[in-house]
Design a protein around this ligand. Structure first.
Ligand code: HBI
Ligand code: FE
Length: 322
């Protein structure tokens, strides 16, 4: 199955740490020398501060406990309002695959108990949800995906982050990513991404693979018969970025191109200035199925493009502008 899957034949390329090289500190070391608990990613992405979250409670694979009874009524209420707000806005903005998957999920009323949702998700596609303290390093992230475990941050954003947040919280991770994990084809693609990440880590290609993840799974657009739509989890979970992604004149929408994306840097703490548009999920899954090892080798000799540049001759989508 892996061999047929997107990224499935990648079990042999690498990432150097990525522009968000996670500098880590080991929190505690066991007598046998192994780290007993997760290292804290002290710098992550282009952000100056360490990720939010209690890393002391995480195990070496970054998985922690959710402590669902610990959420306050106020937090459940905020989650409920976030969910209702996004549901109300997304028709006409998100693609049908996402909206259909969302409809089937029934997790609108309170912060989900991840163990409970894992039972139904496991039945549907073999995935479970793994509670984590917050952002985790790429290698740990992809290792969980390879095991069909999706990391879900346990904390919820504050009220002043209702429309936009710079790092993943439980609402982004759950609302943005879990619906499509109920879709069997998408679910296999995500697991293949995990395997591809493990392979990339050996080939100094993780930086390139993380960019593909960023510009598709997190911030991807899709060209549909109804017009441009969003499917990336970072956009669908945001209150303000969908309009920007689809309609803002300042944003550029470029036709999907695997190597172009691999060479494109990104920023994690602002609206994106460049989005990449797939024609169909089939296009994405097929484009990510070859062996990336030779591509990584070639790209290591080439400069990267700063976030937001538009290259000569590039196919730009101009529909939908307001
Ligand atoms: N950690 N918790 C968490 N959630 C993410 O979405 C996430 C992460 N670490 C790395 C990461 N995403 C991205 O860098 C992907 O590009 C791999
Ligand atoms: Fe995400």
């Amino acid at each position: 199955m892996t061999e047929k899957n997107p990224l499935g034949s990648l079990i042999a390329d690498t990432i150097e740490a990525h522009e968000r090289s996670a500098v880590t500190t080991i929190s505690r070391v066991e007598p046998d020398g192994s780290a007993a608990v997760a290292a804290i990613p002290t710098t992550y992405g282009s952000s100056d501060r360490p990720p939010r979250g209690d890393y002391s409670s995480a195990r070496a694979d970054y998985v922690c406990d959710q402590n669902w009874p610990g959420y306050t009524p106020e937090q459940h209420d905020r989650y409920r309002r976030l969910y209702a707000d996004r549901i109300a806005h997304l028709p006409g903005l998100a693609c049908d695959e996402f909206l259909d998957a969302l409809d089937a999920m029934h997790a609108a009323d309170a912060i989900p108990d991840l163990a409970k949702i894992s039972v139904s998700l496991k039945k549907a596609t073999g995935w479970t949800l793994a509670p984590v303290p917050g952002l985790i390093p790429e290698d740990a992230f992809f290792a969980l995906l390879a095991a069909r475990r999706f990391p879900i941050t346990v904390w919820l954003r504050e009220e002043d982050e209702f429309n936009y947040i710079v790092e993943p919280d439980v609402f982004h991770d759950f609302f943005g990513h879990v619906p499509l994990l109920f879709n069997p084809i998408f679910a296999d693609h995500m697991a293949a991404f995990g395997k591809g990440g493990q392979k990339a880590a050996l080939l100094d290609g993780l930086k390139y693979l993380a960019r593909i993840y960023w510009y598709t799974i997190e911030f991807g657009l899709i060209d549909t018969p109804k017009g441009l739509r969003i499917y990336g989890a970072g956009i669908v979970s945001s209150g303000s970025e969908p309009e920007h992604a689809l309609h803002a004149r300042e944003a550029t929408r470029v036709a999907f191109d695997l190597e172009r994306i691999m060479r494109s840097e990104y920023k994690i703490d602002t609206f994106q200035s460049t989005y990449f548009v797939i024609d169909s999920f089939k296009q994405l899954f097929e484009a990510t199925s070859p062996d990336f090892a030779p591509i990584y080798r070639r790209l290591q000799e080439l400069p990267s493009h700063p976030a937001g540049v538009v290259l000569p001759g590039e196919k730009i989508f101009v529909a939908n502008l307001r």
